[in-house]
Write a protein that binds this ligand. Structure first.
Ligand code: HDE
Length: 713
């Protein structure tokens, strides 16, 4: 049993640990890396005022040479990321299932560092790519570091680690022309997907709104694989990990995503940073789905197959604690770039399952850090150091940053009194779960992994009509970007195995027919001598009509906290109506952002000055959640003079967001597409701020979507 700890001191342990490595600019004098004081960092040493630069100039050489080596290789996947510090706090003692201190000690706050990422794009790619999001959590526990390296979707594209390079090579830019960047909409990806039917479940999730989150703070996270929990009697239960965001799961539309990428390529990164700086700390609950070992074979799918989820309606998610992110990193490179997550970092009480994807990951992550960070000593980088001391006989290597003392570096020894000595399990040592194994050594895929259509169909059936339309739109867009008809036909045939109506909609959009006697794209994830019939995905099964937990229409709609409201105004806007709206927004934790014809300040009707957050030419409506136009004749007259304000209104309406106007503000609505839709339930003219709040909390008014195609923006 882990020792009980004090909440506040345990939370700050990693922060204190990192402080040892901080340094400040304040009150410092410039020096070289050797501590020599520098008196000119602007001019190189020359032979005469206009003469050649001297090789002797060690100040120039040190500065330029360091700069020359400032970059390290970007991550081969998940290169684009943003991270934050915080803590995890347990609310429910889970010692019945696990001996892990993090799940048994409700007095503890475990420090965490969390990195979110897109998968396919390069480090500088835009945030709103249609992609899976990485959701990697490093828990600095009292028993050593535990990394839960997950994604924002509960399943993965492939079943065996052996396929990972193929998957990633197919989605990355095509190797001859290095196009397209951060996009799956191209031939090689669909060539691979259509020949590898196990990808279809994760693929349909990637076509859903989950792949274009409104915010990193508004997405779920999943450990994906089935893991094990081990209690102090050494009993094992299977477990899946779920992160549930406090603000609910919300997304933008694809058209918005495309525009956001142009207007603010750092949209998600900025949103995470700003929320934390504003004290609006992102928060998730951690839930566990626990399955007793005895129930392993009770499901229609294999628990070891990472392309399958366990519907929450079949095994409920037990909430055991919460995670809060309350501090931005001090330095992007030192922390966010150099952090190294390894699924192989576990602690006593948690263990692996035989999921063949997880097993391969246990190798890959350490391997990749060796070339990315350049040394086996990457655990010594401050962000990667555990909060507990390390003692072993590993020595040397590039960038050894500690100075191990003493004569010995081997075990057993007597010269150092046998130290570091071994720990017993009763002292908290790790001991692998003693799983019984009696099997042939064999290179194959289990036949229990062969059902590839049932869960994509369950997912699609569980979505609300507006979500289904977005999925159809996404397939149509992506396949529309492919050049080869035979690839599109194979995809249409496969989509029809998931849902015929969906396939028909996509085919209509592509101007093609759903093929019915195509040569079946047999599952090719088998060896050359294997019997394809044994691995062919059978027709979809229906073991659950719908799983409401999969639909974003069943998420939380109870808050407008952290939502960004564009307030369109100019000099002379009405102080009273603005004040009432602003008071409501502030009370609810939403942000009013003033957008005016120019930067600087604007004056209200009482001659008070207000700081403008953005001049209209520097911003776009897609960066906001809702729109408000206060009363005031001169203000609205000024807005009407710039067509971009009308575009702003049209676009806000098109993407189904809430709109409010007071008094003269109505004139701007009447000058826009909204004029014929003033009765829309999320358009509020001269109503109480509370009404606007209710519409905003709904995230979008999807009832509007039948008319939005005709909005001309
Ligand atoms: Fe990863 N993955 N992955 N992955 N992955 C990496 O490790 C890999 C997989 C995930 O913010 C790499 O440090 C293989 C599943 C995240 O730093 C690399 C396989 C899941 C991150 C790697 C998978 C993930 C990575 C690249 C198939 C969700 C970013 C850089 C067996 C459960 C972590 C790095 C961060 C990063 C390999 C599949 C999540 C190359 C071989 C499934 C969130 O090691």
């Amino acid at each position: 049993m882990a020792k009980k700890t004090n909440k506040d001191s345990s939370e700050s342990k990693k922060i204190e640990d990192l402080k040892k490595d901080h340094w400040e600019m304040k009150d410092t004098t410039m020096t070289t890396n050797q501590g020599l004081k520098v008196n000119d960092t602007n001019n190189s040493l020359k032979s005469g005022e206009r003469g050649s630069t001297l090789l002797e100039d060690f100040l120039l050489r040190e500065k330029i040479s360091h700069f020359d080596h400032e970059r390290i290789p970007e991550r081969i996947v998940h290169a684009r990321g943003s991270a934050a510090h915080g803590y995890f706090e347990l609310s429910k003692d889970m010692s019945e299932f696990t001996k892990a201190g993090i799940f048994t000690d409700t007095n503890r706050r475990t420090p965490v560092f969390v990195r979110f990422s897109t998968v396919a794009g390069s480090k500088g790619s835009p945030d709103l790519a249609r992609d899976v999001r990485g959701f990697a959590v490093k828990f600095y526990t009292e028993e050593g570091t535990w990394d839960l390296v997950g994604n924002n979707m509960p399943i993965f594209f492939i079943q065996d680690a052996m396929k990972f390079p193929d998957l990633i090579h197919s989605v990355k830019p095509e190797p001859n022309k290095e196009i397209p960047q951060a996009a799956s909409a191209h031939d090689t990806f669909y060539d691979f997907v259509s020949l590898t039917t196990e990808t279809l479940h994760n693929h349909i999730w990637a076509m859903s709104d989950r792949a274009i989150p409104r915010s990193l703070r508004m997405m779920e996270g999943f450990g994906i694989h089935t893991f094990r929990l081990i209690n102090d009697k050494n009993e094992s239960h299977f477990v899946k990990f779920h992160w549930k965001p406090k603000l609910g799961v919300h997304s933008v539309t694809w058209e918005e995503a495309v525009k956001i990428n142009g207007a603010d390529a750092d949209f998600h990164r900025r949103d995470l940073w700003d929320a934390i700086e504003a004290g609006q700390f992102p928060e998730w609950e951690l839930g566990l789905q626990i399955v007793p070992e005895a129930d392993e074979h009770k499901f229609e799918f294999d628990l070891l197959d990472p392309t399958k989820l366990i519907p929450e309606e079949m095994v409920p998610v037990t909430i055991v604690g919460k995670m809060v992110l309350n501090r931005n990193p001090e330095n992007f490179f030192a922390e966010t770039e150099q952090v190294a997550f390894l699924p192989g970092h576990i602690v006593p009480g948690i263990d692996f399952s035989n999921d063949p994807l997880l097993q391969g990951r246990l190798f890959s992550y350490r391997d990749t850090q060796l070339s990315r960070l350049g040394t086996p000593n990457f655990h010594q980088i401050p962000i990667n150091q555990p909060i507990v001391p390390i003692h072993n006989n590993q020595r040397d290597g590039q960038m050894q940053a500690s100075i191990p003392k003493g004569q010995t570096a081997y075990f057993p020894n007597s010269l150092s009194g046998g130290c570091p000595h071994l720990a017993k399990m009763s002292e908290g040592a790790f001991h692998s779960y003693e799983e019984r194994i009696d099997a042939k050594k064999i290179r194959t895929r289990s036949e229990s992994f062969s059902d590839h259509f049932s869960q994509p169909a369950l997912f699609y059936r569980s979505l609300a009509p507006w979500e289904q339309e977005h999925v159809a739109g996404a397939y149509t867009f992506e396949l529309g970007k492919c050049m080869h008809d035979h690839i599109k036909e194979r995809m249409l045939w496969l989509i029809a195995q998931i849902d015929e109506d969906l396939a028909q909609k996509v085919a209509d959009g592509l101007g093609m027919k759903v093929p019915n006697n195509i040569q079946k794209p047999i599952n090719q994830a088998i060896g050359a001598d294997a019997d394809p019939k044994k691995h062919e995905p059978g027709p979809k099964k229906n073991y659950l009509d719908a799983s409401p937990a999969l639909s974003q229409s069943n998420t939380k709609f109870d808050s407008i906290a952290t939502r960004q409201v564009a307030v369109l105004l100019a000099d002379g806007f009405d102080a009273k109506s603005f004040k009432a709206m602003k008071a409501m927004l502030e009370k609810e934790g939403a942000m009013a952002k003033l957008i005016a014809p120019h930067g600087g300040t604007v004056k209200d009707s009482d001659k008070n000055e207000h700081k403008v957050d953005a001049a209209i030419m520097t911003t776009e409506s897609v960066l906001f959640d809702a729109l408000y136009i206060p009363d005031g004749k001169t203000s609205v007259d000024a807005l009407l003079k710039q067509a971009k304000f009308i575009k702003f209104v049209n676009e806000t309406f098109k993407y189904c967001k809430a709109i409010a106007a007071d008094g003269e503000g109505e004139r701007l609505l009447k000058a826009s597409f909204v004029k014929d839709h003033m009765k829309d339930k999320a358009v509020h003219v001269n109503e109480k701020p509370e009404a606007f709040k209710k519409s905003m909390a709904q995230h979008r008014n999807w009832d509007r979507r039948s008319i939005t195609d005709s909005v001309p923006v």
